[in-house]
Design a protein around this ligand. Structure first.
Ligand code: ATP
Ligand code: MG
Length: 424
């Protein structure tokens, strides 16, 4: 127990972390290009926020939340997703008074008590964006377009983008009733979860993964036939703009998303390489969320993208091989007496902004050279009695094996010239 991370959690080890940092850099870059600013919200929020913001009939709220009481009896919950917290921050700090739309992004851990399996963790991570303040279908398409461009930019070509609309508070209740009536004679065939969904939120039955349920809903009435004129027009514009920016999509009336707050556009980006947990990214519009959380009417749209799933797909396609980052200089010390001089040089070099390291394990010279190789050092500087006496350092270029003597006073100029030459 003591030496094992909790079920459904994972260490990101130093060898792996560069992949994460690379993806985080790429994500920040595209957010910058699209004009999104980062927001950092707390890891836990009042439980009430998710009951309201995610919805009481969702799997997340019913089964998956990490909820606890703090020492003064408050009910708090580790964030299962990022949107509700953004909506809360928007309301708390009246961010809607700034010029709109407000475009935010975040990189967060999410916590859900789910059955751990490939692509499904109890602590996972998400890239996410939110746009607050506009009903314009061009915003929906910007959100979808950014997710697609980001994934394509990473080299993922065969993405399956599914879009749908869930209507609004005018037309969705009508469809809900039609679906409820349609299923009334068939509910015996539904799985136990869907029997409950039938009573509470029949729409959720549409995205049940159970094969029997899939059969039952196969020929069910489709929301697209029950949209009000406004929602129909909105969806038509979304499709038109997707085509305008050359993004391929399929309209899939079975996409309903797991969270209650969606209105109108919903979408998923699926990768066939992911197996059962195949959704890389999901999102859409949620015009009622901010109001639901106690704020004014502020329409919004956004997406959440699973980073672990993204890494899995990229790796399985060989698209995530990050070259090993080496250090600039290794300082090899030839005898104990020279260590202090080498140690001082180490700190001086670091002060100049070059990366450098030295041996702390009393390795032999041979051992130090092996270690320098492991650290992928560009240069090794040798320091021994002779070097100290003569005020010259022996510098070896580890890529060519070429060795030369450089005066102590010229060493920084030499290192700068040679190490930074290939750099921007
Ligand atoms: P799924 O249908 O796979 O359970 P979801 O609809 O619950 O997904 P969202 O709440 O929309 O997922 O979260 C957005 C993205 O976050 C998902 O598409 C997925 O990539 C990732 N994600 C969600 N839950 C997990 C989890 N438990 N472990 C790993 N990634 C997850
Ligand atoms: Mg889920």
């Amino acid at each position: 127990m003591l030496t094992k991370a909790p079920r459904g959690t994972k260490d990101i080890l130093p060898d792996e972390v560069e992949k994460w940092q690379f993806l985080e850099r790429e994500f920040r870059k595209i957010c910058d290009i699209f004009g999104y600013k980062e927001i950092r919200t707390p890891t836990f929020e009042h439980t009430e926020l998710f009951l309201r913001g995610v919805g009481e009939t969702t799997d997340i709220v019913e089964k998956e939340m990490y909820t606890f009481q703090d020492k003064s009896g408050r009910s708090l919950t580790l964030k299962p997703e990022g949107t509700a917290a953004c909506a809360r921050a928007l309301i708390e700090h009246k961010l809607y008074n700034q010029s709109l739309p407000l475009k935010l992004y975040y990189i967060i851990p999410g916590f859900r008590y789910e059955r751990p399996q490939a692509g499904r963790l109890r602590e996972f991570h998400q890239f996410g964006i939110e746009v607050f303040g506009s009903e314009n279908p061009a915003v929906d398409v910007e959100v979808i377009g950014m997710a697609v461009k980001f994934l394509k930019g990473l080299g993922l070509e065969d993405l399956d983008l599914r879009v749908n609309t869930l209507g609004c508070s005018n037309c969705r209740p009508v469809y809900k009733k039609v679906l409820h009536d349609y299923l009334s004679s068939k509910k015996g065939k539904l799985c136990d979860t869907c029997k409950v969904r039938y009573e509470k939120n029949p729409l959720r039955i549409l995205d049940c993964k159970n094969d029997e349920c899939k059969k039952v809903i196969q020929d069910s009435p489709k929301i697209l036939d029950y949209l009000c004129e406004d929602c129909k027009g909105h969806f038509t514009k979304v499709k038109k703009l997707l085509s305008a920016i050359q993004i391929e999509y399929t309209v899939d009336p079975m996409i309903v998303r797991g969270l209650d707050y969606y209105t109108r556009t919903v979408f998923e980006i699926i990768s066939t390489d992911l197996g059962a947990q195949n959704t890389l990214c999901g999102g859409g519009r949620y015009d009622g969320l901010v109001e639901e959380c106690g704020g004014p009417h502020i329409p919004a749209a956004g997406f959440g993208m699973g980073i672990e799933r993204l890494i899995y797909v990229l790796e399985s396609k060989g698209l995530l091989s990050i070259p090993k980052k080496g250090i600039d200089i290794f300082i090899a010390v030839l005898d104990d007496e020279s260590f202090e001089t080498g140690y001082k040089l180490l700190f001086d070099i670091r002060e100049k902004g070059l990366s450098a390291d030295i041996d702390y394990m009393n390795r032999s010279l041979k051992g130090q050279m092996k270690y320098a190789d492991k650290l992928a050092a560009k240069y090794t500087i040798f320091i021994g009695e002779d070097e100290i006496k003569s005020n010259f350092l022996t510098v070896k270029d580890l890529s060519t094996g070429k060795q030369q003597k450089i005066g102590m006073n010229e060493i920084y100029e030499f290192l700068y010239k040679n190490i930074r030459k290939g750099c921007c």
